[in-house]
Structures are given as C-alpha cells and as structure tokens.
Design a protein. Structure first.
Length: 318
C-alpha cells in the first residue's frame, strides 16, 4: 500500500493524496486510529491535576501532521505486521514528538507563539505547567511501550532503547543544545548544521521508522536499511521546514514563520536553489537505502518523493 503526501492543510494536518480509494481509506484510518488512541492513553482534562492534564491534551491532541506515527504504520504494514501491533508504538513516538514541541516553543528555546494553528502551550498554561506537561508526555510514552501486550518482551525492550536514544544526549536534546549554541555562532558551518538537523529532527524520524521494523520483526539488514532511509528523510524534512519558515505564512503552515530570521540555517547557507538540490539528494539517498527491501521498500521511496516534490511546489507558489 502506498501513500503520496500533498502537503499540509490550513490547520497543519497532513494532506494525503493516495493512489486509489483503498489507500485513501487506509490513510484516513491510520490518522483516525492514532488520534483516538492518543486521547485514550492520557488522562482526560477533568482528572486532577486538571491544568496539567489539560496542558498535555492541548498539545498532544491538537492534530498536526502525524507524519511520524504514519511512518511507523507504513513500515509495519509494508513489512508484514498488523496495524494493531503498531498502534501503541506509533502513539508513543507521537507523544515524544509533542513533548519536544512544547519544549522547543518555550521562550528560552525558540520562543514561538503558534503551534499547530493554536497558541503555544506555555502561552495558555504558563511556562511551569508546559514544562511539566512535556515531561509527563515523555514519561507516558515509555509507559505505553511497557504496557503493549501485543508485543514480545524483547520488542518492548528494543522500542524502549530506541526511544531513549532518540530523545537523549545524542538525539533530540543534543540537537536542541546544538541549535542554541549555533545562535551564538558556535558550530554554524554546514557540517555543524547538518549534524544538528540529524539530531533535532532526524533522530525521531529514524525512531518512528525503526519502530515499525522492530514491531514487524524483520532482520537487522532490513532494520539498517530503514534507519538509513530515516536519516536522509529527516534531513530532507528539516530542509523543507527551513524553506517553509522563509517562504510560508503562519496561516498556511499552522505555526510561526520567520523564526530563523538572522539565524544560521542550511537554507541560509545554501540559498533556496541549493537547498532544493540538497533536498533532492537526500530523498534519492533515502530511496537508495531501501534497495535491500526490494518491492517492500517501493512505497516508502514513493512517499518521500511525493512529499518533498509537492512541498517544494508550495514553496515556489509562495
């Protein structure tokens, strides 16, 4: 089953353009199942402490592209596992992502005011509650993995290690630290920026994709191929995000734009044309990484090409 991604709706949700009606139904079903399960996995807004749980739900259930859990589903089903087996792993990945966005938006970090078409968490609930909500979501992600009785104990251990590595001091947290350092002129060359992108954005792409492969129980050769695909897709995705930050509108992409004004980014280093060339290079590297999967990797390769092509068309339109 393959999905092509057109871009984002006005509310920041992923807009999918499947090749036929069955694929459209699958894409909508995945999104719906993810949203419904996420709402079940955290306390409702009436549970004490209410402000904390409302804050968690504010960010986690705000919609968004859901591209990471969709990737988990895509890999899982392409490699022969069931949707039910992938569901909670996909939701855990999305919880980690939501937690990272809350922290990214804080005044001491990116100082953003809009996320997924609504006010940033700290503007609604305060910085103190926002930090606690992010911490709670991050911890809950590991609890979700531990409780997933559809998976073997070894798979749950593998997923726990995977998420821990993606978040930690060699993953998202390292990337955010490097991002802060770059603002002060440290490590702002192409090599340093590429490393930061791989940690801040790429690490969770890799985790989402590898999670699907681990759930499917494929051998290490296939897991390595999926990881390499994720590394390159994550870099392409962040470069596209740079372009949207420069050329998009906050109404169209559902978050603040111009956040990178005056900041060193790969897009500012390479220019618009050079950035688009790099996106193409990373996408083709991602597709090539899937060769060991044979036909099982065709859908993932098509997904990467479709998303980047249509997003770059939107950049040109701006």
């Amino acid at each position: 089953m393959s999905i092509s991604i057109e871009g984002l709706d006005a509310d920041g949700r992923l807009r999918l353009s499947p090749r036929d009606e069955d694929q459209r139904d699958a894409a909508l079903r995945w999104r719906r199942r993810i949203d419904e399960r996420l709402a079940e996995l955290i306390p409702d807004g009436t549970t004490e402490p209410r402000p904390l749980h409302e804050s968690m739900r504010h960010s986690l259930l705000a919609g968004g592209k859901r591209i990471r859990p969709v990737l988990t589903f895509q890999v899982d089903t392409d490699l022969g596992a069931t949707e039910d087996q992938a569901l909670d792993a996909a939701c855990a990945v999305e919880m980690v992502h939501a937690a990272s966005l809350i922290l990214d938006d804080l005044p001491c970090m990116d100082d953003a005011r809009l996320r997924r078409g609504q006010p940033a968490n700290h503007l609604v609930y305060g910085e103190d509650t926002a930090i606690l909500a992010a911490t709670a979501l991050l911890n809950r992600a590991f609890g979700v993995i531990a409780e997933c009785d559809l998976l073997s104990a070894q798979t749950r251990l593998d997923l726990t290690r995977l998420l821990s590595d993606s978040v930690g001091s060699n993953g998202i947290i390292a990337g955010q630290f490097c991002d802060l350092q770059i603002r002060h002129g440290h490590g702002d060359d192409v090599a340093g920026l590429t490393e930061m992108y791989g940690q801040k954005t790429g690490a969770l792409f890799v985790a989402a994709l590898e999670a699907g492969a681990r759930v499917a129980g494929v051998d290490d050769v296939w897991v390595k191929a999926v990881r390499e695909y994720g590394v390159n897709l994550g870099l392409a995705f962040q470069l596209l995000d740079d372009l949207l930050d420069t050329f998009g509108s906050r109404e169209d992409i559902g978050k603040d734009t111009g956040q990178d004004d005056g900041k060193s980014t790969l897009a500012s280093r390479l220019g618009a044309h050079g950035t688009q060339q790099e996106v193409h290079r990373y996408v083709e590297s991602a597709a090539s990484a899937l060769e060991p999967l044979g036909r099982s990797g065709h859908q993932l390769a098509n997904l990467a090409r479709s998303y980047t092509r249509t997003t770059m068309e939107r950049v040109v339109a701006f």
